[in-house]
Ligand binder design. Sequence first.
Ligand code: SF4
Length: 343
Amino acid sequence: MFDPEELHEKLTRADPGYYTIDVCRDIARKLDRIAELKIERNAVLLAHNYQRPEIFEVADFTGDSLGLSLQAGEVTEADVIIFCGVHFMAETSKVVSPACKVILPNLQAGCSLADMADADDVAERIDELREQYPDLGVVCYVNTTAAVKAMCDACCTSANAVDVIRSMPNETILYLPDKNMAAYAAKRIPEKKIIPWEGYCYVHHEIEPGEIIRVKNANPGMKVLVHPECRDDVIKLADAALSTSGMIEYAKQSDFDRFLAVTECGLSDLLRIQVPNKQFFRACKICRFMKMITLDNVLDSLEKLQPEITLPEDVRVGAEKAIRRMFELTSPDLIPAALKTAV
Ligand code: SF4
């Protein structure tokens, strides 16, 4: 049973204005019902680090794209995965855990970055570039549809993009869809020619260096952690450029006690809940897609086991190949159980 008082104490660390005791009573009631339904449905709930704080309370696993892919690939006992994140992430869960029914509680939760790389356009561009660069390798960020992943040689996440590109045997790489991450990788791997796709995450792209400098000047001595989807002029101001789970680990391990997490605002909320003895400042933006899933959506999806994410088998197998290659290139010991047994 969830205790409204405890929830109130915890969730006000993320947003003191919103999580009043009355709101927390309502949240506790819904969380209790979700917990019951999870058992009845033999379901696990995976939540991305940018979700609403109340979703973290009922999640079996919280993580970034890499962590969630790993976790979905290890889900062998459950019948259902409730995926609290955005559409391409739920697709990735289906790719690595095909035997499970994968549910995305709100189908409107898409991703404008993933939508910037349309599968037909990607196919055309690959053909065009292969004529010019016969040794072209194609690396796609996990923030792509399964149909696009199926056309790539390897997938990557923000945590391992540089390692994946560096490990590819090809000298010329088409990297898609995030041009900021392509620039970030190109700086660190000057020996390769990295051709960017012209996409960007509107959340990270809109963060201005001036915002960081203002918070930094007002709070000297804090560490600035920046997501690699940010622009180069923002990354230059960082003490470290990290994935969201990398930021959490960094904040937990560091001897410093004050940080600025420059990414989607949900990460600052999560840090304030998970690392209560340290201070986190904000220079963040809200992703409207990541905040679309509510507890009501989760309840409804567990009742009805809908909306379900399905994929044509050829697309699923192609995307699985790109994801498996990512692990083979960078961390073969981490290959999830489901991908080890795949043929
Ligand atoms: S934060 Fe950016 S990349 Fe992530 S879901 Fe939102 S729009 Fe897509």
